[in-house]
Design a protein around this ligand. Structure first.
Ligand code: SF4
Length: 256
């Protein structure tokens, strides 16, 4: 563990390597030596995710395939989207910081979605994401999509918070025809397999102490209410330690 620094301005450069199937990235980042929160690492996490996705898109092209996802296709934005807890708080802030009347409109969409989920008997189960088993998660995915609930940020079939969209949304790409994505339970959807997924690394950051490596996620559709009920982030830790945790969860090997 890094010794806490007395200098609030002190920073440390960390070199690291990330490796996955046919993928290797070497980089160097600078983090504060003092205590930071996981949310402070979100810009780095998003940047890593974008790099991994970018390399995967290149590999898809080299294999003679084409990514079908494009602006104006929001078929996947009617899925049950699970995001990390740190991003759930971020989504709560995004909604709070929207100017009026947009904030009220988006809040109304979230409320309408909750109502619909309650009528469908899914709301309570979705609220218990901490206790989901893999099987239950799959069941919920299957039950959610036919309801056709668009993400409250989906406008004209495009993401209205593109720069702030969760990592899960960045990491889902398909090479199959878009119409398959609109069919509930279609087995024809061919998602791009990424060598590493930053979403999983973020979701592991707050695993309970007795289940290290397990993942905690929140349904995006419930993110604002979850964020309101869990306003405080877990305690801050020295920047280098937190970064090392993120890299470890992403199966990276810090070299400093
Ligand atoms: S945040 Fe954006 S990309 Fe993600 S599900 Fe919502 S509209 Fe789609």
């Amino acid at each position: 563990m890094t010794q806490p620094s007395n200098d609030p301005e002190a920073t440390r450069s960390v070199q690291f390597t990330v490796e996955g199937d046919h993928f290797k990235l070497q980089a160097q980042v600078t983090v504060p030596c003092g205590p930071i929160h996981v949310s402070d690492l979100l810009p780095l996490a998003r940047g890593l995710s974008d790099q991994i996705v970018g390399e995967s898109v290149k590999a898809v092209g080299e294999a003679g395939l084409k990514i079908s996802c494009k602006m104006g296709c929001g078929a996947c934005c009617r899925n049950l989207v699970a995001i990390s807890e740190v991003e759930a708080r971020c989504i709560g802030n995004v909604v709070e910081e929207l100017p009026e009347p947009r904030r009220s409109e988006v809040r109304t969409r979230f409320a309408a979605a909750r109502q619909r989920l309650e009528e469908a008997g899914l709301l309570d189960r979705l609220r218990q994401s901490e206790a989901w088993t893999e099987a239950e998660y799959m069941e919920l995915i299957a039950a959610y999509f036919p309801l056709g609930i668009p993400c409250p940020f989906l406008e004209a079939e495009s993401c209205s918070i593109y720069a702030e969209r969760p990592v899960t949304c960045r990491e889902f790409l398909v090479v199959s025809p878009p119409e398959h994505c609109a069919q509930p339970g279609s087995r024809e959807v061919q998602a791009v397999r990424l060598p590493l997924r930053v979403f999983n690394a973020l979701a592991r950051m707050h695993a309970p102490w007795d289940r290290p490596g397990s993942e905690r996620a929140v349904p995006l559709i419930l993110a604002p209410e979850w964020a309101e009920a869990h306003a405080d982030e877990p305690p801050a830790q020295p920047g280098p330690d937190l970064l090392r945790d993120l890299l470890r969860h992403l199966s990276m090997k810090p070299e400093d």
